[in-house]
Design a binder for this molecule. Structure first.
Ligand code: IMP
Length: 435
């Protein structure tokens, strides 16, 4: 049992600003662990004037003395990872086998997975398209479940086997894509050569990460589990089929990292002061109007991975409470509160009306028919970017935070009022490293 471990989980549709809180907690952790998703994530961390956007590499690489783990539950893209490592290294960030360890059991994203994402999406009718990031995530997890057509990171350690598997699976994918989508044949030999080269670069980092983490659990060393995406995109509990393809709530941590559930520790639920969603699917509080535009421009709501404009809307307390209950969230971290500055009125969804019935339960299957009931709260006009303590915030901003606490039923431990490390208010937190 390792009671000081912390997990940071997004409670909305992703992009809740995880990078900043993960960075703050990483500095006090021995291990930072990714357990789900892949290069579809985009975590932005601002250190002074330096902006880092991490997709696959855990945020702990930006802190010294942290061992970063890419767990078995991640789908690992060696092309994207290698580019990300080169970019970070060129900016003075140290990354090597001493501080980055990649699970040999993680499944490997292949070029045909990215191609499948595009081909499948193109073949879907309007209204059925998922809005995937085209990083090959869904097709890679599908092959993981299929077993016979998957490659794992451990295959990088044996060039002969790697070559054989790429030729065998690549040829089958090529035939399938030609037959189903009239696609050009896949250049399998080009993939053999690029993946063999990548194996040379990455294989020193490939190992049995589960064993490392279970030893750390026994030794009581502190771990931080870095969630990707957001709970509403969870494959089981999100707004299926408009979801990603992995378990992204705290329930995914034990499986995706190879540790016992009792070692997950305390869960911090990350929320934006409003809501965004990128890609298709139900979004009850969406404001496809001037308010949404205001939030998008002030919050710079454009995807960190794809650059797509994000859909924006009011805070949804029903959805967040549902997500907090699934992950057993101990406290909330509230980001982007400063984006709401300048609005006369701020609305929060407190219940839905579905077919004339009122409910405060979130049922993903019903969300496309849900209409929101709102509570209206007064806004504020003062600039809050320099506030250092909760008491420094204007009264309406304090009220807003207090209402979120009571509606979601969890304390708010951490409030972000700007992108920089220092623009953070620690409030009510009981998490070691935040309080
Ligand atoms: P995929 O995981 O790339 O297949 O994308 C599936 C859906 O999840 C799409 O709507 C994406 O926009 C969304 N998605 C995936 N990863 C993220 C993320 O890190 N932040 C926000 N949305 C995401």
């Amino acid at each position: 049992m390792a009671p000081s471990n912390v997990a940071v989980i997004g409670l909305q549709w992703g992009d809740e600003g995880k990078g900043k809180i993960v960075d703050a907690l990483a500095r006090r952790s021995k291990y930072v662990v990714r357990f789900c998703g892949g290069a579809n994530a985009g975590h932005t961390v601002l250190i002074g004037q330096d902006k880092f956007i991490l997709h696959l590499i855990p945020c702990g690489v930006l802190s010294e003395r942290v061992t970063n783990i890419i767990g078995n539950g991640v789908v690992f893209d060696p092309v994207g990872a290698s580019e990300e490592i080169s970019e970070l290294t060129s900016r003075g960030v140290h990354i090597g086998p001493d501080n980055l360890k990649i699970s040999a059991n993680a499944h490997m994203v292949m070029p045909w997975h990215k191609q499948a994402d595009v081909l499948i999406e193109q073949s879907l009718s309007e209204g059925s398209k998922i809005g995937t990031t085209a990083r090959g995530i869904g097709p890679c997890y599908a092959d993981k479940a299929n077993r016979s057509s998957a490659l794992r990171v451990g295959d990088l350690l044996d060039t002969k086997r790697l070559t054989e598997r790429i030729r065998q699976v690549g040829a089958a994918k090529s035939r399938a894509f030609q037959a189903l989508y009239d696609a050009e044949p896949i250049d399998v030999e080009a993939i053999v050569s690029s993946y063999t080269e990548l194996a040379g670069k990455l294989s020193d980092m490939v190992c049995n990460t589960g064993a490392i983490l279970r030893r750390a659990v026994r030794d009581g060393e502190r771990m931080l589990f870095e969630g990707g995406q957001g709970s509403m995109l969870d494959i089981d509990h999100g707004t299926y089929p408009f979801v990603t393809s992995s378990p992204v709530t705290a329930c995914g941590i034990p499986t995706g990292a190879g540790i016992p559930p009792s070692a997950v520790g305390q869960v911090v639920g990350l929320i934006k002061a409003y809501t965004t969603r990128v890609g298709a699917g139900p979004f009850p509080t969406e404001q496809d109007n001037e308010t949404g535009e205001y939030l998008r421009e002030r919050g710079k709501e454009y995807g960190a991975t794809t650059g797509r404009p994000r859909r924006c809307g009011w805070f949804d307390a029903v959805a967040v409470r549902y997500a907090a209950d699934i992950s057993g969230v101990a406290e909330l971290a509230l980001s982007l509160l400063d984006v709401l500055t300048g609005l006369d009125e701020i609305k929060v969804c407190t219940a839905y009306r579905i077919g004339g019935r009122k409910t405060d339960e979130f049922d993903p299957a019903e969300m496309s028919a849900a209409e929101c009931e709102y509570e209206s709260l007064p806004g504020w006009s003062e600039d809050i970017c320099q506030c250092k303590r909760f008491e420094d915030l204007p009264e309406p901003a304090r009220n807003y935070v207090n209402r979120i606490e009571s509606m979601v039923g969890r304390r708010v431990g951490f409030i972000s009022v700007g992108p920089e490390r220092e623009q953070t208010i620690v409030h009510n937190s009981r998490i070691e490293g935040l309080k």
